[in-house]
Design a protein around this ligand. Structure first.
Ligand SMILES: [Ca+2]
Length: 340
């Protein structure tokens, strides 16, 4: 009897406990059974995969953003470039227009002048044209003069820079004319007087028989300009290999022609330099080579991007060193006593 009673009591207690548990936490009973170890790892793995997917998605998005940003930047740069090209075209058109105007005016003036010219007011350079009130920069024709023994010669006059009256003896700006020429070509001159040219050693000799000065103007690929001026400049005749004499430097480009002072002119076919090397072949121009250069204004014209890769370019060591080929150069002379 006691045994049965005890069993009934135990059952009752159990039922009571169960009921209490149910009342306290009814949801717990509905919760799924605790996962075993394998299930847990599966979940972690799947979470890890999701995280990895999200990460790569984020990376992809950030890459896309970078690419888009780069594209926008590229478009901006392209627009800027087009803008600058258009500006350059307008500037070029304007300068061509004013050049044509100048040529017409010069032709009219020279026609007038030649009708009234006498032998006493001979014209042998741009300075004498300036003193006859020609004040426009451009191409002029110097008349043949039997008394001076000068042939007719086309020259380009700079009537503006530092008082004007300058006769150009050299220009580099377009880059299509080769300056790697022989003695004969350097003697008589080559190129186009409104573009790239060498006036000719015979003409330079003749023009600088009177005490003369030289001015060299340079421009780099960043658009900066510098100049070098020599208060004294002359060259010998052909028998003296057009030997260079200069002095009295002033300017802001550095004195990079001094090293060439008292040297003879050399060309590809005439090695008159002061070097074992053949400087004219090495530097690909005609110049007063020493051994070999501190400047090489008749060197190879290199375009932007190519202008710092060679030592035979249009160099002026005093400004940009031995491996920077300049964008533009003009060499011009006028009488030392010139009064604007
Ligand atoms: Ca030599």
């Amino acid at each position: 009897m006691v045994k049965v009673n005890l069993s009934v009591l135990a059952l009752g207690v159990t039922l009571l406990l169960l009921a209490e548990t149910w009342a306290q936490n009814p949801r717990k009973r509905l919760a799924p059974p605790k996962p075993n170890k394998a299930q847990c790892c599966d979940e972690v793995r799947s979470l890890k995969v999701q995280v990895a997917n999200l990460t790569s998605l984020l990376e992809e998005l950030s890459r896309k953003q970078d690419t888009e940003l780069m594209n926008v930047l590229r478009q901006l740069m392209e627009l800027d470039k087009q803008n600058r090209q258009q500006e350059a075209r307008v500037t070029e058109a304007e300068s061509k227009y004013s050049e044509i105007n100048n040529r017409v005016e010069i032709m009219q003036l020279q026609t007038l002048q030649s009708a009234t010219q006498t032998s006493s007011d001979a014209i042998y350079d741009c300075a004498s044209l300036y003193s006859k009130n020609y004040r426009i920069s451009g191409e002029y024709k110097l008349p043949k003069d039997d008394f001076l023994g000068t042939p007719e010669l086309n020259v380009f006059c700079d009537m503006e820079t530092n008082g004007g009256g300058w006769t150009l003896i050299q220009r580099r700006k377009i880059g299509l004319t080769s300056f790697n020429r022989d003695w004969k070509q350097y003697k008589s001159g080559f190129g186009s007087i409104r573009g790239d040219f060498w006036l000719g050693n015979d003409h330079i000799f003749r023009i600088t028989r009177q005490p003369s000065m030289l001015r060299i103007e340079m421009e780099d690929w960043e658009g900066q300009t510098r100049y070098a001026e020599y208060g004294f400049f002359t060259v010998g005749n052909e028998l003296n290999s057009y030997k260079l004499f200069l002095a009295n430097y002033s300017g802001n480009a550095g004195d990079s022609l001094r090293y060439h002072n008292n040297t003879n002119f050399s060309t590809i076919d005439k090695d008159n330099d002061k070097c074992v090397d053949d400087c004219a072949s090495r530097r690909k121009g005609g110049y007063w080579y020493n051994c070999c250069t501190d400047s090489n204004l008749n060197g190879v014209f290199y375009r932007y991007g190519e202008h710092t890769k060679s030592s035979d370019g249009i160099t002026w060591y005093g400004w940009h060193g031995s491996n920077y080929s300049l964008k533009k150069v003009e060499m011009k002379v006028r009488p030392a006593g010139f009064q604007p």
